[in-house]
Structure formats: structure tokens, C-alpha cells
Design a protein around this ligand. Structure first.
Ligand SMILES: [Zn+2]
Length: 550
């Protein structure tokens, strides 16, 4: 069974076979049965829920050689040609690729002529929101005085971008995402008709992964059958769905954290060469980052629907909660904007590079004045969001900064010069920390522990229970290594958890700056750079994200 065979073969051929979408099916069937089919439909909904499938069935119903019917025969020349996508009076336009006014002018001119073979010309305009303003005007003229032999089916994933003048002339239906059981039921039926052996749990897994889209469900099923050599076994499906993709996503996140631009582009190259859905890469990253944030917030959390928490938890040790928040925002925005990029690869690359550019300069030191506000120290943006805080002990909704507020600092990423030799004065851990060159999660660990005692090589620290996730073996080792090398002596860390309040550097800083927050927020709101970012890039300052300088 070759790839894509099932998806094509099992594309619904009549209204009855279409899963879900009862309202629009009913409206179309009634219109056809009463010979009163509206001249323009607008079908909205995410990809793969049946928009163009319904449009094609409508084209077939209107042009079946047995007469206009809600149950086209499927056998006459017209029905067969529609099914094969070569019916001359069914005109399919992908607005995402044809936004020129010329194409639409051509469409309008042709609409005036009678159909050449059937009773009706059916125009199916997919992703109609991508039409240019001129193209919309052209379409509007035809919709205002539609020739009697013309039907329009406009399909979109983004109805908000369609002019109200067009909307008002269409019968509009919102198509729902399909439930996993709807998709699963259809796949099960398909598999038994095809005589393909399948484990129920494997079907469920695919139905869930399809995420509301029958098209995705069918193409995943095709891949899974090919992968399993003609059978559908749960273990194999799990491997197919998870392993490759997760490995790539984890590698991308690791490369961002390591600020390794070369590696990032290398992975994008691989994904692109494998013809992967690059928008799905960004959404996949967002999903992983979301789960990283969940773990930072609630280390014991495990959603039973997922089995790969172990690998997410390993990633969480390398990605701080605040980085995960920032990357999440950029990933989601990048996915949203990918349709506007010159091509998907450019969109993906720009989103990833933005993660690098806006990542807080973890080791940056010293304040960076907000332009025009330099005379008042408190009205400044922190140099990177690495300035100590205890935000990592809070839920991830706090402390995040979007590009708007991070941008002013992105030009000041200078890392402090590493002091050749350091030593601790007394037992002043806070003082030493300020002089240590630490970045990322290791620095977060260092900020969230307090020195209890030290004897020779052994340094004993306390870590508050609330941030105990920083005390992972991996991070503690890294901190040990950093301390040993920067102090020029062997340091062994012993960490114990405390349910009590601990005056860690993070906690101290948080107390000190509490008062200044509101004033800093006001300053950020008034800042010209931030304002211009808001206006030109649609950036927003995330609530609770602004931090004053210490
Ligand atoms: Zn027919």
C-alpha cells in the first residue's frame, strides 16, 4: 500500500460519508433537494475538517448527469471527473498561491460564460482570506450580481480577514474540528473494509494525533501502514508519531538554548529536506515548551495522555522557565505568521533566529537605560531578564517578557569578562554570585540556593522546596564544575531541601525590588522604543513581566 493511497481513496464521495459537520451538510442537502442552493457559501474551520471535500460534493451534486441531487450517482462522467479533480466546470483556486488581481479578473470574466459541460460552474476558492484587496473587490462585483449558473464555495482558516462586504453575501458555516472518536471511527471502518489488521490502541493514537483533522488522520494512517509493513501496531505507531519528531524538536530547543545558530540551520535543513510541515515544527516546539513550563511550575505533573514525560523533564533541566515562556511566545507567533513569510522555511528560520536574538543575555551585567529615561535609574529596563529574581519559583505566567520589552536589551549582550581568580569573602555567597560567570539554568540554580556552611571542599547549601527542580543532578554538577574552575579549587556541593523560607539571592532581590515594579511598568509603557515595537510589530508587554533594576 503506497503512501497517500488511502487518503485519496477514502476521501468522502457524498454527504453521507462526510464525518461530522451536520449543520452544513443539512443546509446543502436541503438546498439541493428543494432546488434552492444559495449562490455563495463560506466555510470556515481549521485545516482538514472537510471544507473542500464538501465543496467538491456540492459540485458533483449540482452537475450529476442524473439531475441535481443531494445523492450524486458517483458513476456518471461528471461525477467521476469531479472525483478525479478534472471536471471542467469546477474551478479550484488556492488563494494562498494566487493573490494577483489578474487571476481574479480572469475568474470573473469566465464566470459570465455558461458552463461548458455541466449545469453549474462551481468556484472553490481555498484560503480566500489571502486574496488581495483588489481581488476581493473583483469577487465582490460577481457576488453582488451572480450569474444564475454560478456557485461559489469560499473556504478559509481565518474568517476574520475577510471583508464584511463579502461575508454579508455568503451563507456562512463554521466547521468544527473533529473529535478523536469521530476520526477513529472512520479509520476503523476504513481499515476493516480494506482488511487491514489493526490494534484498537493504534487507531486511537492516530486519531488523537490527527488533532481534529480528518485529512491528517488519513495521511498519518497511510504512513503508519507503510511503516508497519501493512499492519497497524500500537508500539510502531507510537514510535512513528513520537520519536523522530520529538528528537528534532528537542534538538532545535537545545540548539536555541546553546545559542548555536549553525546547528539550528542545520536541523532546519534536515527537516526541510524531509519535506516536513514546517509550521507544525513551530507548533510542535510550542507544545514541548508548554510542557517544559508545566514541569517548572509543577515538577511532579504528568498528563496521563502522554507517555514521553521523561524526555520533557530532561529538556526542562536545560531550559529555564523564563526562556521556555519567551520561546513559546515566539514559536506561536512564528506559526501564526508563517503564511505571511516568503516561504515556510524562511518563516521557521526567522522565528528560530528571533529566539536567539531576544533571548535574555543571561550573563549581561549592568543596567541598560531606556532611551530618554536615563536620568531616572529606576525607569530602566533590566539588562536582559537575567537580573536576579525569584520568578522561577512562581507559575510560568509570571515573569515572561515578549520581544517588546526584551528588544531594547537585545543589543547589549556583552558578557562580563571572567575574572581570572575569584574567592569567597567570608561566607558571602551573594557577593560571590555577583562575580561568578554563570548563565542559564546553572545561574538560576545558584541564585536559588543559600550557603549553609562549608568545610574544605564541601559546601553545604539549602534550596527552598518550591524551586527544588533546579537541584537536579545535572545542574548541580554543572555548578560544581563552574565553581571549581572559576575559584581554582575543588568544590563539592551538598544540597538539602528546606520547606522554610530561605534568604537566597533570588529571594533577597525579589524583596528589594517589589516596590519599584509599578513605576517601572509605567516607564515601559511610556517608552518610545516599546511603543514603536507595539505599533510596528504588534508586540505586547506581558502583564507581570516588567522588572525594575535593582
Ligand atoms: Zn453522477
Amino acid at each position: 500500500m503506497s503512501y497517500q493511497v488511502l487518503a485519496r481513496k477514502w476521501r468522502p464521495k457524498n454527504f453521507e460519508q462526510v464525518v461530522g459537520q451536520e449543520a452544513v451538510k443539512q443546509a446543502l442537502v436541503n438546498g439541493l433537494d428543494n432546488d434552492r442552493v444559495h449562490h455563495a457559501f463560506l466555510l470556515t474551520g481549521t485545516r482538514g475538517v472537510g471544507k473542500t471535500t464538501l465543496a467538491r460534493i456540492l459540485a458533483k451534486s449540482l452537475n450529476c448527469e442524473t439531475g441535481v441531487t443531494s445523492t450524486p450517482c458517483g458513476e456518471c462522467g461528471s461525477c467521476v471527473d469531479v472525483d478525479e479533480g478534472r471536471f471542467v466546470d469546477m474551478i479550484e483556486i488556492d488563494a494562498a498561491s494566487k493573490t494577483g488581481v489578474d487571476d481574479i479578473r480572469e475568474l470573473i470574466e469566465n464566470a459570465q460564460y455558461s458552463p461548458s459541460r455541466g449545469r453549474f460552474k462551481v468556484y472553490i476558492i481555498d484560503e480566500v482570506h489571502m486574496l488581495s484587496r483588489n481581488a476581493f473587490n473583483g469577487l465582490l462585483k460577481t457576488l453582488e450580481e451572480p450569474p444564475p449558473h454560478v456557485k461559489f464555495v469560499l473556504a478559509t482558516t481565518d474568517a476574520d480577514k475577510i471583508p464584511v462586504t463579502i461575508l454579508s453575501r455568503c451563507l456562512r458555516f463554521n466547521l468544527r474540528r473533529l473529535l478523536p472518536e469521530q476520526i477513529g471511527g472512520y479509520l476503523e471502518q476504513l481499515l476493516s473494509s480494506e482488511g487491514i489488521e489493526a490494534e484498537a490502541s493504534a487507531i486511537e493514537r492516530i486519531a488523537r494525533a490527527a488533532d481534529g483533522s480528518m485529512r491528517d488522520g488519513l495521511s498519518l494512517l497511510d504512513q503508519a501502514i507503510a511503516y508497519g509493513g501493512g499492519k497497524l501496531q500500537d508500539a510502531e505507531v507510537a514510535q512513528m508519531l513520537g520519536s523522530v519528531d520529538h528528537a528534532h524538536l528537542a534538538a532545535l530547543i537545545d540548539a536555541v538554548v546553546a545559542e548555536d545558530g549553525d546547528r539550528l540551520l542545520e536541523i532546519v535543513g534536515e527537516l526541510s529536506a524531509q519535506a516536513r510541515d514546517l509550521e507544525a515544527v513551530l507548533m510542535g516546539m510550542a507544545e514541548v515548551l508548554h510542557r517544559i513550563c508545566l514541569l517548572h511550575c509543577a515538577p511532579a505533573y504528568r498528563d496521563p495522555e502522554r507517555s514521553d514525560w521523561e524526555s520533557i523533564s530532561q529538556l526542562a533541566e536545560r531550559v529555564s522557565a523564563e526562556d521556555a515562556q519567551l520561546f513559546y511566545q515566539i514559536a506561536v507567533q512564528g506559526a501564526r505568521d508563517i503564511g505571511l513569510a516568503p516561504d515556510p522555511r524562511t518563516g521557521l528560520e526567522m522565528a528560530l533566529l528571533r529566539m536567539l536574538a531576544f533571548r535574555p543575555a543571561s550573563a549581561a551585567s549592568g543596567p541598560v537605560p531606556v532611551p530618554g529615561k536615563a536620568e531616572k535609574p529606576v525607569r530602566q529596563v533590566p539588562a536582559g531578564r537575567s537580573t536576579p529574581s525569584s520568578q522561577s519559583a512562581e507559575p510560568p505566567s509570571k515573569g515572561q517578557v515578549e520581544p517588546a520589552s526584551a528588544a531594547p536589551t537585545s543589543t547589549s549582550r556583552a558578557k562580563p569578562t571572567k575574572a581570572p581568580t575569584l574567592s569567597m569573602e567570608g561566607d558571602d555567597w551573594h557577593g560571590l554570585l555577583e562575580r561568578l560567570d554563570l548563565t542559564g539554568p546553572v545561574r538560576e540554580l545558584a541564585r536559588n540556593i543559600e550557603l549553609e556552611s562549608r568545610a574544605g571542599e564541601q559546601w553545604r547549601f539549602v534550596i527552598p522546596e518550591t524551586v527544588s527542580h533546579y537541584g537536579s543532578k545535572n545542574l548541580v554538577q554543572k555548578l560544581e564544575t563552574a565553581l571549581s574552575s572559576q575559584l581554582g579549587q575543588t568544590v563539592n556541593l551538598v544540597l538539602s531541601t528546606s520547606a522554610q523560607q530561605v534568604r537566597t539571592p533570588a529571594a533577597v532581590t525579589e524583596d528589594a525590588r517589589g516596590k519599584a515594579v509599578s513605576e517601572a511598568e509605567r516607564a515601559i509603557e511610556q517608552d518610545p522604543t516599546v511603543r514603536s515595537l507595539k505599533e510596528t510589530m504588534g508586540a505586547i508587554v506581558v502583564e507581570d513581566s516588567v522588572q525594575p533594576l535593582q
